[in-house]
Design a protein around this ligand. Structure first.
Ligand code: PGA
Length: 259
């Protein structure tokens, strides 16, 4: 069984006070659930330290939203994988559409960041998905993207990564992509992982992100290749995010127990 996964990407929001308040409300709401669902919160850099202190003793894990791949330290204003480990991160998100669109990140650069993350012992959360205006075959786009992002990675490393299928057009809108679209995208990713990494593909978590909210969760979580959900707007609200974690646990853990 793959351990289900829940991701909150807070983007450029949440002050230190809001971070403390979120975590103090959220932890009691997910008590017991963090054993069966990997829950990862990705605050902005400025709130990582306080989040790491607040999360101590809980099973909820900490991630960052980006890193710089180096080499060396002469990169004023950037954050390295080593500094993220130092502040208590286990995870780092890489390749979000907002970084691709606004900061010109391409697959090659994201791949360098993936390598830097693994080398420092961080686990990458890799965002993949087609651009909003894409009209070609999904297989071709996702296949090429996955190949480029995982260049130089071993099967053992890939098992430790999480993929978020997040089509650009589904970010920050009213509803997620359709279950058919999500099912197809995630199945393509799983198949490509199988072709490249063999049995390790069955252990890799693939989650869906993009306008996720509790009302849409069951239809997405009933898809066999979807192992969890990622959210920003609903990931900043402790009740809504806890409700997503509960859905993930109900759908994915109950299903696995039924065999
Ligand atoms: P959203 O953002 O959940 O607010 O749609 C998702 C994302 O950009 O990762």
């Amino acid at each position: 069984m793959r351990k289900p996964f829940a991701l909150a990407n807070w983007k450029m929001a949440m002050t230190i006070a809001e971070t403390i308040s979120f975590i103090r409300k959220f932890l009691p709401l997910v008590e017991g659930l963090a054993e069966e669902v990997d829950i990862v919160i990705c605050p902005p850099f400025t709130a990582l330290y306080v989040a790491s202190l607040e999360l101590k003793g809980s099973r909820v894990q900490l991630g960052a939203q980006n890193l710089h791949s180096g080499p060396g330290q002469a990169w004023t204003g950037e954050i390295s994988a080593q500094l993220l480990v130092d502040v208590g991160c286990e995870w780092v998100m890489l390749g979000h559409w907002e970084r691709r669109r606004n900061f010109g990140e391409n697959d090659e650069l994201v791949n360098r960041k993936v390598r830097a993350a693994f080398e420092a012992g961080l686990r990458p959360i890799l965002l993949v998905g087609e651009p909003a205006d894409y009209s070609g075959e999904l297989e071709n786009f996702l296949g090429r993207q996955l190949e480029a992002l995982t260049q130089g990675c071993s099967a053992e490393e890939i098992e430790r990564a999480v993929f978020v299928y997040e089509p650009e057009g589904a970010i920050g809108v009213e509803r997620p992509a359709s279950p058919e679209h999500i099912g197809k995208g995630c199945a393509i990713l799983r198949e490509r992982l199988r072709e490249k990494f063999g049995a390790a593909a069955e252990k890799v978590r693939i989650i869906y992100g993009g306008s996720v909210s509790p009302e849409f969760a069951p239809a997405i979580l009933s898809l066999p290749d979807v192992d969890g959900l990622g959210a920003t707007r609903k990931g900043r609200d402790p009740e809504a995010f806890a409700s997503l974690v509960k859905s993930i646990s109900q759908w994915k853990c109950a299903w696995a127990k039924r065999g």
